[in-house]
Design a protein around this ligand. Sequence first.
Ligand SMILES: NC(=O)c1ccc[n+]([C@@H]2O[C@H](COP(=O)([O-])OP(=O)(O)OC[C@H]3O[C@@H](n4cnc5c(N)ncnc54)[C@H](O)[C@@H]3O)[C@@H](O)[C@H]2O)c1
Ligand SMILES: O=P(O)(O)OC[C@@H](O)[C@@H](O)[C@H](O)[C@H](O)CO
Length: 528
Amino acid sequence: MTTAEPITGPQAPARTLATAMLLPTDPGPEALRVRPLTQATLYSHGARIAVPSYDRGALTPAVVHLSVGGFSRAHQLIYFDELAERRISTGWGVVGVGLRQRHLQDALAPQDHLYTVVERSPDGERARVVGVMVDYLYAPDAPAAVLDRLSDPRTRLVTLTITPGGYLLDPQTRAFTADHPDVHRDLAEPHAPATVFGYLLEALDRRRQAGLAPFTVVSCDNLHRNGEATRASVVGLARLRDEVLARWITDRVAFPSSMVDRITPQTPPEERAALAARYGVDDRWPVVTEPFSQWFVEDTFSNGRPPLDQVGVRFVPDVGDYELMKTRLLNASHSAMGHLGSLAGYDRMDELMGDPVFATYVERLMDDEVTPLLPQPDGVDLTDYKRTLLQRFANPAIADRLSRLCRRGSAKLPQHLLPSLRQSLVEGRPAPLLLLAVAGWCRYLRGTDDDGRPLPLEDPRADELHALALAGGGDPRPLLDVRAVFGDLGDDPVVVAALTGAIETIDRLGARAAVAAALGVPALPPSR
Ligand SMILES: NC(=O)c1ccc[n+]([C@@H]2O[C@H](COP(=O)([O-])OP(=O)(O)OC[C@H]3O[C@@H](n4cnc5c(N)ncnc54)[C@H](O)[C@@H]3O)[C@@H](O)[C@H]2O)c1
Ligand SMILES: O=P(O)(O)OC[C@@H](O)[C@@H](O)[C@H](O)[C@H](O)CO
């Protein structure tokens, strides 16, 4: 398989050479004839790049992916593509749906929904054209078509990547947020809903009335117990509309939680030209990702289970421990490194990992402060897992930007980082590196780095948090008062004092020297 092996369990069979090529990243001097990527040109591309070897026309549209982004194209769709490619099944073709941005439709429609995924490691790259997407609908333009597709008897599975902030839940209590303008719209206009939950609800109602089995809904967002969060959003909305429907959903629809992992940066515009120069493929929107890929899914389905276990997916009774391992080690480290590294003037994760101060920081954060709080997931060697993580963070070939890691901190820190801090406090464990990560975010929210250069603030709460960070200056209390983000953390005077001290150190020394001081290592200049 093009993806990394699963941590445990049976290994997927090796991918055939006919559909996978490992090439050096240097395109060489040879000039290529560049052709657009379409069904008609597909096989002319086959000499240079792996293209689908299966009959796309035979694909059954059984999966609807709601809110297609770079990650779903590099992760979930690759697994479904593998099912067809390995002749396991063409029964799991995917219809993509966009809810917020039209540009993916503009890119995909002219190329018959084909697109390229480039897996890149320091040793080279492997590129493939993915054929499993059979259609793409932009919901605001075509709500009826989206509802028809979801209500179609052939649709058996719905997958989602709507970002952790997209769920209709209070971030602290996880209670359904009934008083939300989008909820009002979903209820008032069930035939043209605003949220994915409005679409799911209307489609499930139609299926129920038609006597059809419901589809399974699998969230692929980095969100604690993402299946339960999805169920709570759908059932919460259903209760406001029809108690009988809410009960039918509770009884009949499976919402397995899943743990997903594949570091997938946003595609920079220059990748289109690079792909054309290297393979002769003009793809309006390719995806670049790392070789590693993991997907753990709870083994509960309401309308048949796709045979994804044959292509490396792990079906498990409970993903809880795997999800904690991944989000508290990988995602929390991403947030910590993203904010502190940006303050120190770094732009990319691999560059930051090349600085021994930050590389030591992330290793010690994981080893000393996060790992002791984690359960031991079945069949996983946590030491190996963290070693792999350090290598993945340092992968220069995917050029993962810190700005991506710093997006939507108000949804991510409460999920991935603050729980470890809270648990350390309860257990009386010292957590200076976790505290420094929170201090780094508070300082980042002022919107400038250590040298006064502007930093991007991409967050639904950006205006509010930026204003509070500026108002507080070195005092974190105005920010800590935002309970929807920090919960009751600000009620603890020890936390307030420690955060105040850490922010003061960052302000006085700069983020890099503050990290070195917390580690007790010299802040020798990096060899950049
Ligand atoms: N990129 C990764 O490395 C990665 C890895 C694992 C998991 N994920 C998960 O996948 C999600 C998407 O990541 P991505 O890299 O594809 O991002 P992306 O920015 O490429 O795509 C996100 C998509 O979600 C849409 N969206 C945003 N808010 C929404 C909402 N409230 N309702 C519906 N759609 C909404 C956006 O319009 C966009 O199309 C992440 O938030 C994360 O939870 C990403
Ligand atoms: O996508 P986000 O904004 O939730 O988080 C940023 C990254 O931490 C995340 O996308 C990771 O790259 C991913 O979770 C790796 O599997």
